[in-house]
Design a protein around this ligand. Structure first.
Ligand code: FAD
Length: 471
C-alpha cells in the first residue's frame, strides 16, 4: 500500500508515525512518503539554541491533561525528556491600568473556583465581583453555539470578559472572543452550564472534589503544561527518526491532489508526481483547499472559509540583573482594553528549566492575533522596539537585550468562529465522497498540540482500517 502524507507539522508527522506503527503491528507492508514544502519538519514548532539560551519560536509546551501527546511521547520513549513548569511560580499576571495584577489563585480561565483569593483580588472592582456573583442565580442560556465573549458577558459580566477571559483566550487562540465559538473551543463550560446552571457553583464543587487539580489550573495557557528539556522540536526529531529512511522529502510543495482511476495522484511544484492508494492532507486548511480545488470545489470552499490569524513572538535575552521585576510568575497577559501593542509575555526562563544560562533570563512577547493583525506588517526591528518599550513600561527593563529573535506565524492559527462545528461536520460529510483521502491538523477539532496528535493518528487509522484497503 502506498500512503502519501502532505505536510510535516505535528499532525502530519503523528499521522505518518501512526501508519508506521500500524504496519508493524499488523505486519502489513507500507510504502510511505511525507512531502513537506519547507526545508525543515515541524511546521509551527521550531526550537533554536543560541548562546546557551533555548528559544521557542512557536509553541513552548503542550497540555498534559489531554492524553494524546503524552501517550505518543511514551510510545516514542521520550517521556523522560519532558520537563514540568516550575510550580513555585505558577502565578499569571494580568495588566490593569499599566500594572501587573496576579490572577487570583484558582481562577479557571473564565470564572473563580476559589472564593477567598477571588474576593481579595485587586484585579476586579467590587461591582465586577458582585456581577460575577450573579452567575449563582442566573438561568441557563439557550444558544448551543454562542460566542465565548457572549457567554462570559451573560454569565459573569463585562469585567470578567475584559480583564480575564479576553486576554487569556487571546493568549491561547490569538482570537477575538466576540466571534470565537465556545462549543468548538471550551465545550466544558457549556456542559457545566447545561448540567449545573451556575459556572461558579460547578467549579467550586469540582474544586472540592479535586482540590489539588483545581488549584493547578488557573489560567489555561500557564498551567498543566509540559515541554521538553531540549525544546519542543525534540518531539519532531523523535517522530522523524521513526519514519522509514527516505520517506521524508523536504522542499516539495504539493500543488494538486487528483483522482486517477482507483488511485490518487499527488503533484508538486517541482514536477514530482506520486501515485498513492491513500493520501493524508496535513497542511493549513487554506493550503489543503488549494490542493483539492479541481477534485472537489465545494470541499475546497468549505476549507478556504476557515479563517486564520497571524501572530508574532519576540524573544528577548537579558542579564537577570537588568530586569528589576522579581519575575515571580509564568508571565502576564494584556487585556485589549489596555490598548497596548502586545497580547502577552512569558517569563520563559522562570516557567521552564534550562531556558537561560545561570544569571540570565529569557522573556517572550506575543503580538498580533485576530485583534491586531496589522502589527505584522512592521519589520522585525520595529517589533523588537515595540516589545522592548512595553517591557520597559511594565517590568522596568531599560537595558539592551543580549539578543532578540522574532518568530512570525502568518495565517498559522485557525480561528474557530461561531458555526465552526457545523462547517467541520459539512467537511467531514463531503470527505466521505473521497475514500482514501483524509484531512488532519489544527484547523478542525482542536488547535493544541495534543489535539493535533489525536487528529493525525485518527486520520491514519481511519484510512488504514477502512474497508477495501489492500492488504
Ligand atoms: C505562536 C504560536 C504559539 C503556540 N503555542 C502553543 C502551545 O504552547 N501549546 C500548544 O499546544 N499549541 C500551541 N500553538 C498551536 C500549535 O502549535 C499548532 O496548532 C500546531 O502546531 C499545528 O500543527 P499542524 O501540524 O496542524 O500544522 P502546522 O504546524 O502549520 O504544519 C503544517 C505543515 O504543512 C506544510 N505545508 C503547507 N502547505 C504545504 C504544501 N503545499 N505542500 C507541502 N507541505 C505544505 C507547512 O510547511 C507545515 O510544515 C501555538 C501556535 C502558534 C502559532
Amino acid at each position: 500500500m502506498k500512503l502519501v502524507v502532505v505536510g510535516g507539522g505535528i499532525a502530519g508527522l503523528a499521522a505518518a508515525h501512526r501508519a508506521v506503527e500500524w504496519s508493524r503491528e499488523l505486519g502489513q507492508p507500507l510504502d510511505l512518503t511525507l512531502l513537506e514544502a519547507a526545508d525543515r519538519l515541524g511546521g509551527t514548532i521550531q526550537t533554536e539554541r543560541r548562546d546557551g539560551f533555548l528559544v521557542e519560536c512557536g509553541p513552548d509546551s503542550f497540555l498534559s491533561e489531554k492524553p494524546w501527546a503524552l501517550a505518543l511521547c511514551r510510545r516514542l520513549g521520550i517521556e523522560e525528556l519532558l520537563v514540568r513548569t516550575d510550580d513555585r511560580f505558577r502565578c499569571t499576571y494580568v495588566v490593569l491600568g499599566g500594572r501587573l495584577h496576579p490572577l487570583p489563585e484558582g481562577f479557571q480561565l473564565l470564572a473563580p473556583a476559589r472564593l477567598g483569593p477571588f474576593l481579595a483580588s485587586g484585579l476586579f472592582s467590587w461591582r465586577g465581583k458582585l456581577r460575577m456573583g450573579l452567575d449563582l442565580v442566573l438561568p441557563r442560556g439557550g444558544d448551543p453555539d454562542e460566542s465565548l465573549g457572549a457567554f462570559v458577558r451573560r454569565r459573569l459580566g463585562r469585567e470578567a470578559l475584559e480583564r480575564v477571559a479576553q486576554p487569556l483566550v487571546a493568549g491561547i487562540y490569538t482570537a477575538d472572543p466576540g466571534v470565537l465559538s465556545l462549543a468548538a473551543t471550551m465545550p466544558r463550560f457549556l456542559e457545566l452550564e447545561r448540567r449545573e446552571r451556575s459556572i461558579i457553583l460547578a467549579m467550586w464543587r469540582a474544586a472540592r472534589r479535586a482540590p489539588a487539580e483545581a488549584a493547578g489550573s488557573s489560567g489555561a495557557r500557564w498551567s498543566l503544561f509540559v515541554t521538553f528539556r531540549e525544546g519542543m522540536e525534540e518531539m519532531i526529531r523523535a517522530l522523524a527518526s521513526r519514519l522509514p529512511p527516505g520517506a521524508v522529502r523536504l522542499k516539495e510543495r504539493v500543488t494538486d491532489v487528483t483522482r486517477e482511476g482507483s488511485r490518487w495522484r499527488v503533484t508538486t511544484a517541482g514536477g514530482v508526481r506520486l501515485e498513492a492508494d491513500q493520501v493524508i492532507l496535513a497542511p493549513e486548511a487554506h493550503q489543503a483547499a488549494r490542493m483539492i480545488r479541481y477534485l472537489d470545489p465545494s470541499l475546497a470552499l468549505l476549507l478556504e472559509e476557515i479563517p486564520y490569524a497571524s501572530s508574532a513572538t519576540v524573544t528577548l535575552a537579558y542579564r537577570r540583573a537588568d530586569i528589576p521585576h522579581p519575575l515571580d510568575g509564568f508571565g502576564f497577559v494584556v487585556p485589549q482594553v489596555e490598548r497596548r501593542p502586545i497580547i502577552a509575555c512569558t517569563f520563559s526562563s522562570v516557567k521552564y528549566p534550562g531556558r537561560a544560562p545561570e544569571g540570565q533570563a529569557l522573556l517572550r512577547v506575543f503580538m498580533g492575533g485576530a485583534l491586531d493583525e496589522a502589527i505584522l506588517e512592521r519589520d522585525d526591528e520595529s517589533l523588537v522596539a515595540t516589545a522592548r518599550a512595553q517591557l520597559g513600561e511594565l517590568l522596568g527593563v531599560s537595558a539592551e537585550p543580549l539578543f532578540s529573535r522574532v518568530g512570525r506565524h502568518v495565517k498559522a492559527m485557525p480561528q474557530y468562529h461561531v458555526g465552526h462545528l457545523t462547517r467541520i461536520e459539512a467537511i467531514e460529510q463531503r470527505l466521505r465522497r473521497h475514500p482514501g483521502l483524509a484531512l488532519t491538523g489544527g484547523a478542525y477539532r482542536g488547535v493544541g498540540i495534543a489535539d493535533c496528535v489525536r487528529s493525525g493518528e485518527e486520520a491514519a487509522l481511519r484510512l488504514l482500517e477502512s474497508p477495501g484497503v489492500h492488504r
